[in-house]
Structures are given as structure tokens and as C-alpha cells.
Write a protein that binds this ligand. Structure first.
Ligand code: FAD
Length: 472
């Protein structure tokens, strides 16, 4: 038997590595097991988020947005940049460098905080033991507490089996070395819209095929409608109610078959990205007698405080219920480490923000107006368009609006939904307001710096009582 730890965390994504660091900071002897093999053939930390998710996608979104700005916005501002060109390979090299810096940084954080990094595949055995296997060798470690943070993987669908370089998942779409002329994206969710945006900005003709009839149903319908209009204006062809039924690879092309309201359709693409969601990843994770139960959808079953069916074994992040978001995983990691260390800790699952990093960004927290009404809650709402914001005009970013949904009786903020430049930063105001149980009036009575994009949130709060200043 090898070492014994207070806590062993399995998985070093944003759930696992944060849990491990917090546990070590709280004085617990902690190890973190990771098996992800990076581009250079060694084990790397950071999970989906740092390697093939949040960070690389944002590196490409930022570069491609700057390319569009240089082409279309500079001239208006008096900047003459000449013939702007994009070097896709260089853009990818920059993305890889950012990923390498960040993933390497976690090893440094582990060292600084005294977390033992164990390399290999972790398996939960009975009696709170963890077997770690690598290159045919294995060791068994004992722990008082185990935290499972094994994450998720992309869902594959039978009509479009992945085909090297032609039909890819989100990971493959972060590796194109040139801009495809005709790009198909299956799924108009967060990841599909972000990746579609990257390549649309770089010149691809992008068609998004979405089986559902509604666009972004989790976002307030006024904001979703405006987002759809803006993405369409940018050239993205978003087909709703388009159910993909099959595909055929013909030479360098992919023929996709789908059905919509008009019957059977076919479209030819040079590349196809399948972004139909992610599923919890538990392959090889649980020994036969581990006792950790899964729910009917394959997620590890946990309570509100991430306890599994086995006392002392916790699970967090994408492998458990709730939104598949890096910050949700990290917050659960902190909560669980605190609980293990004997502190009282809980999470407010009603105040988890979501962001789509398109341009403009879409961000939301809490209920939509439609959700509230469906639950029989009477609401009042206030909205403010960025077209009326001085800062938005100065920024050349007048598209979008901020909307606040408040309880009609108590004025308590139930939700905030924004489409606009920097919406992802602005939404933190809604999250903090909801955490503190604020009313719309609390925001309306707050002094905002001028000129900022955030003033739209202030005006939306004023608009809840019909008192926006800069709106007729
Ligand atoms: P993961 O990050 O998936 O990490 C799990 C880790 O566990 C992996 O490193 C894996 O190798 C390891 N592991 C699994 N099993 C074992 C085992 N048996 N032994 C050892 N190690 C194991 N979220 C956001 O909040 N914002 C975004 O902008 C965003 N953008 C995204 C863009 C894309 C393209 C994708 C694909 C995802 C994006 N996400 C985003 C989602 C985000 O990446 C995930 O929600 C987040 O990574 C989940 O964290 P996690 O720690 O639960 O799991």
C-alpha cells in the first residue's frame, strides 16, 4: 500500500484542481490524480476547460473578433490598417501557447500549495481506496475522503460519426489549420454558436443545423430573439427545426441529410462540427464494489452538497447534475473542500451565470420572464437598449440590450439577461445582486460610473419602475 491522504481528488479540471488546492490550503494532505495526455505526450492539468474548452475557444474568439474589427470597424474610427489578413496557423500557435502556459501553471500551483500530483488513471475502489494506473503499472492509495471530478466528453450521434479532419467534435474544431469554405455546425447551443462564430468571422459560410424549433430556450426570449437576429446579420445561417438524419463523406466533402418543415434536405460542407452536447465521463472510474451510484442519465448521483451514495466520497463538476460550466465545477470544488475540512458550506445553484462568448456576448443568470410566468410568479421587467448608451456608441457596440426580471410584489431580482459587448463581465452584477437578495430598486439606487456599458444595467433597473433616464 502506497501513501495515505486526507483527500484524493480524481481529475484536474477546474473542478478537481480547485478542490485540491482549496483542500491543501485548509491543511489537508491532498493528492490529485490526472491522466490527460497533452500535445507533447506528457500528463497535463486543467481538464477540458484549459486544454480543449473555455480557454482555447476564447483565444480563437478574441483573435477572430479582432480580425473582423480591423476589417470593418477601424476605418470608421479613422484607423487605416491596410489589407488585413489572417494567418490561421499563427492564430492556432498563439492559442496553443496560452493553453501551455495555463496548464503548466497548475503544476506550479500544486507545488506551491503542497498538492501531490499523481499521474495516471484513477479508479475508486471500496473502502475509500484509489488505484492509480499508468503504463501498465498501478499503485493503490488510501484516503479519508475522495472527490471525483472526472468531467465530461462530447456526445457523438449515429448520423454523423466523427471522421478525421472532416466530421469533428468541438476539440477538432479548435485545430483547423485553414478556414473551411463551407462549414456545417450541428447544434445551436453555446459551443456550436461560439465555434461557428470563430470560423464565420474568418470567412467560412456557416450553416447551423438545430433540431429544436426554438433558439436558445434557456435565455429570455427578447434577448434570444435579438441574438438570433444579430448572428444572422453576421452571416450565420441558423436553421431551426432541422433534424440531422445522416451524412456521407464524399472525397473532401461531407453531405449532410436533415429533415425540416419542408421535408428531406441535403447540404454539402467542407467540414462539419458536431456540437450536440456533452455527457458525464465515468469510463474506468468506478471499481465493481465502489458503491458509487449513477443516475438514469449516467451522472454520478449526488445531493445538494455533492455527497455521493458512499459516505466520504464526493463528486463535482460536469460529472454531476447541473450546468456544465467551469465556474460551477470550481465552486463545487471549494464547497466540498470546505465541508471536508469541517466548515459549513453550500452553493446557491440559482445564481450561476452563463455566458456565450459570441459578439456581442450573451449572458444570463436566474429566471427568464417566460420561466417566471410559467411558474405562476408575477413579474415586472425593465430593459435598456445599448443603442441609447453613450459608451456603447463610443465603442461601436450599440447592438443588444440588458433586461432585468423582478418579482412584481417584492421587487426582488429573479433574473438578468443581457446581449451586448462585455455582457459576460456585466452579468456579475446580476449574480451579486441575486446572492445578496437585492431588489431592482437597490440597483436603481446605486451610483454607476459613467460612461460604462454597465450603465445599461442601471437603466434597466430604473426601467423596472418605468423610470429609465435615457429612454423616451
Ligand atoms: P473537466 O474539465 O472535463 O476535467 C476532468 C478531468 O478529469 C480531465 O482532465 C480528465 O482527464 C480527468 N479524468 C477523468 N477521469 C479520470 C480518471 N479516471 N483518472 C484521472 N483523471 C481523470 N465552461 C465555462 O464555464 N465557460 C466557457 O467559456 C466554456 N467554454 C467551453 C468551450 C468548449 C469548446 C467546451 C468543450 C467546453 C466549454 N466549457 C466552458 C465547459 C467547461 O470546459 C466544463 O464545464 C469544465 O471543464 C468542467 O470541469 P470539470 O473539472 O468538471 O471537468
Amino acid at each position: 500500500m502506497a501513501d495515505k491522504f486526507d483527500v484524493i481528488v480524481i481529475g484536474a479540471g477546474p473542478g478537481g484542481y480547485v478542490a485540491a488546492i482549496r483542500a491543501a490550503q485548509l491543511g489537508l494532505k491532498t493528492a490529485c490524480v490526472e491522466k490527460w495526455i497533452g500535445k507533447e505526450g506528457n500528463v497535463v492539468h486543467g481538464g477540458t476547460c484549459l486544454n480543449v474548452g473555455c480557454i482555447p475557444s476564447k483565444a480563437l474568439l478574441e483573435a477572430s473578433h479582432k480580425f473582423v474589427e480591423a476589417q470593418h470597424d477601424f476605418d470608421d474610427m479613422g484607423i487605416q490598417a491596410g489589407d488585413v489578413k489572417m494567418d490561421v496557423k499563427k492564430m492556432m500557435a498563439r492559442k496553443d501557447k496560452i493553453v501551455k502556459n495555463l496548464t503548466g501553471g497548475i503544476a506550479g500551483l500544486f507545488k506551491a500549495n503542497g498538492v501531490t500530483a499523481l499521474e495516471g488513471a484513477g479508479k475508486v475502489l471500496s473502502g475509500k481506496q484509489v488505484e492509480v494506473s499508468k503504463d501498465g503499472e498501478s499503485a493503490v492509495y488510501e484516503a479519508d475522503h475522495i472527490v471525483i471530478a472526472s468531467g465530461s466528453v462530447p456526445v457523438e450521434i449515429p448520423p454523423t460519426p466523427l471522421t478525421e479532419g472532416l466530421i469533428v467534435d468541438s476539440t477538432g474544431a479548435l485545430e483547423f489549420q485553414e478556414t473551411p469554405k463551407r462549414l456545417g455546425v450541428i447544434g445551436a447551443g453555446v459551443i456550436g454558436l461560439e465555434l461557428g462564430s470563430v470560423w464565420n468571422r474568418l470567412g467560412s459560410e456557416v450553416t447551423v443545423l438545430e433540431a429544436m424549433d426554438s433558439f436558445l430556450p434557456m435565455v429570455d426570449s427578447a434577448i434570444a430573439k435579438e441574438t438570433q437576429k444579430l448572428l444572422k446579420k453576421q452571416g450565420m445561417d441558423i436553421k431551426l427545426g432541422a433534424r440531422v438524419t445522416g451524412s456521407e463523406v464524399k472525397g473532401d466533402e461531407v453531405v449532410v441529410k436533415y429533415t425540416d418543415a419542408n421535408g428531406e434536405q441535403e447540404q454539402v460542407f467542407d467540414k462539419l462540427i458536431v456540437c450536440v452536447g456533452r455527457r458525464p465521463y465515468t469510463q474506468g472510474l468506478l471499481g465493481d464494489d465502489a458503491g458509487v451510484k449513477l443516475d438514469e442519465r449516467g451522472f454520478i448521483f449526488v445531493d445538494d452538497q455533492c455527497r455521493t451514495s458512499v459516505p466520504g466520497v464526493y463528486a463535482i463538476g460536469d460529472v454531476v447534475r447541473g450546468p456544465m460550466l467551469a465556474h460551477k465545477a470550481s465552486e463545487e470544488g471549494i464547497m466540498v473542500a470546505d465541508i471536508i475540512a469541517g466548515h459549513k458550506a453550500e452553493m446557491n445553484y440559482d445564481a450561476i451565470p452563463s455566458v456565450i462568448y459570441t459578439f456581442p456576448e450573451v449572458a444570463w443568470v436566474g429566471m427568464t420572464e417566460q420561466d417566471a410566468k410559467a411558474q405562476g410568479i408575477e413579474v415586472k421587467t425593465g430593459a435598456f437598449p445599448f443603442a441609447a448608451s453613450g459608451r456603447a456608441m463610443a465603442n461601436n457596440a450599440t447592438e443588444g440590450q440588458a433586461k432585468i426580471i423582478a418579482d412584481a410584489e417584492t421587487d426582488r431580482i429573479l433574473g438578468m439577461h443581457i446581449v451586448g459587448q462585455h455582457a459576460g463581465e456585466m452579468i456579475a452584477q446580476g449574480v451579486i445582486a441575486m446572492e445578496f437578495g437585492s431588489s431592482a430598486e437597490d440597483l436603481a439606487l446605486t451610483c454607476y460610473a459613467h460612461p460604462t456599458m454597465s450603465e445599461a444595467v442601471h437603466e434597466a433597473a430604473l426601467a423596472v419602475e418605468g423610470h429609465a433616464i435615457h429612454m423616451a
